[in-house]
Ligand binder design. Sequence first.
Ligand SMILES: *Cc1c(COP(=O)(O)O)cnc(C)c1O
Length: 438
Amino acid sequence: MNPTTFKSTRTDTRSFRFSEALLQGLSEDGGLFIPEAIPDLPVGWRDQTAFNELGLLVLRNWLGNELPEADLASLVTDALNFPVPVVRLQDSAYLGEQTAVLELTHGPTLSFKDFGARTMARLMAYFLSKQGRKLTILVATSGDTGSAVADGFSGLDGIEVVLLYPKGQVSPVQEMQLVVSRPGVRSFAVEGTFDDCQRMVKEAFMDPVLAHLPLSSANSINIGRLLPQSLYYIWAYLQMDCPVINFCVPSGNLGNLTGGLFACEGGLPVNQFVVAHNANNFFPTYLETHQANYKPSVRTVSNAMDVGVPSNFERLQSLFTPQGLNDRLWATSVSDEETTATMQRVYQETGYVACPHTAVGLEAVHRYRRETGDHTPIVVLSTAHPAKFPEVVGSALQVEPPKAEALELLKSRTFTHYTLSKTLEALREVLLKKPHDT
Ligand SMILES: *Cc1c(COP(=O)(O)O)cnc(C)c1O
């Protein structure tokens, strides 16, 4: 089987194997890796009854002979070792009928990012050890990426992780998940915004002073995270057992959505993707006006989606025409007031406790159905567990969120705090030091 090859969003003079794109993260020209052609879903995908077997079949279809099937099988089984339930909500006045929530929240760090991070970490460790190489992973996180990546990579040989997150802009639980001491992982609270963190990462990759370091990224800009993020769309479709469905994706950097579009281009029968953003409305505005108005991020209660300029926008622009995006996507922007009101209304009408990110999605479903009259069954991706946001859930619903065992276990571990100013110079110093010097 021929593996899919990849190219940069900026120049397509060279094609890259998956392992090259994965270990390199960004292309030399500053572009992101995209598939040269999106493969059709593999024969037999409709017959799959276990998530990890579906995962193996679909990833094998992308990766072909880049690694032996037995190696991929054990890697996928190890990475995707948690349940992926589709929860059907009661019919309600607010959401209508046939609304389901795909809970991507049962991994070790309780967000959908565990899928991409755990799979990517194991693939990277696999290819690195084959090549006898080591790597430093540099990640900017708005909350959930960092802990998923740190957890995904901890304990894997040959890989060191440096995490940057915006100081004071992640929830206390998210911060605890970030700064828990893990072998080979250093987390820094940057005195700036998430966009500062992302800029510092980009600058480090282009920096001649750091050029000798084996650096890679693990943000949603890494193609290795996007392929596993297409799997659960296929899984949800199979669980829903209907001919065609819609998805609603609470979005920030648009990596989750890009995974869904891969599945759809491969032949998954999706009618529309409802793209739900918080007050950071770059993408809904783009779809309306076809103008990219870059602006800084603003803080919201759904803070993992606080992104001013979505990094995967460049991918979507390379893969689709503006009209192609409008044909597939319906986007909207939801305020904090509307988010907490939706948490309350959905809880009252259906008993479901949603995290603020998922609530942005639920509000978008309400609007989409009201404005378009399209009542195709819809699956809302639940991107984080409500237990990660006890303050917001508690004040909106006057109830304690359901407990998550992974969080309870964390409380007894040790923590290490570092802060960093928002400059390339400060980051250089960190990267040029060995971890045991700090
Ligand atoms: C990262 C994240 C998002 C946004 O996903 P993107 O792939 O960046 O669009 C939404 N919700 C939660 C909880 C997240 O952690």
